[in-house]
Unconditional design. Structure first.
Length: 122
């Protein structure tokens, strides 16, 4: 159930516009975009940053046994980046956030899919 936050099916989310869909939607929003696009498009940047904040918070609720299914994911950093975006936004580098999108979200998406499958078998 906790992994439902990643796929947008959390039971308290009845308004489909609020279902963020986890890493997949953020990858879709970034598809075909460049770092220059990200830096120059306020809505794109802030939408992706907000999505990363939500993913970060959701990662805090993943049980340790499910997180252990993806040891390649740096869970401490995933859980911590939301705090950086929320509280140190004035120091946030667009290049670093874009690297999170392009380099870190694809493997995180695969890991979340594995965890969702494992949690459904429980």
């Amino acid at each position: 159930m906790l992994c439902a936050y990643f796929d947008g099916s959390a039971p308290d989310r009845t308004d489909s516009s609020r279902n963020h869909g986890g890493p997949g939607r953020h990858l879709a929003a970034a598809a075909g975009k460049t770092l220059d696009d990200f830096n120059s498009d306020w809505l794109l940047r802030h939408g992706i940053e907000r999505g990363i904040e939500i993913i970060s918070e959701a990662a805090r609720h993943i049980p340790d046994d499910l997180a252990a299914l993806a040891p390649e994911i740096p869970w401490k950093q995933v859980r911590g980046i939301g705090n950086v975006l929320r509280h140190e936004y004035h120091k946030t580098s667009g290049a670093i956030v874009w690297a999170v999108v392009t380099d870190s979200l694809p493997p995180l998406r695969l890991a979340v899919e594995r965890m969702l499958e494992a949690s459904q078998r429980r």
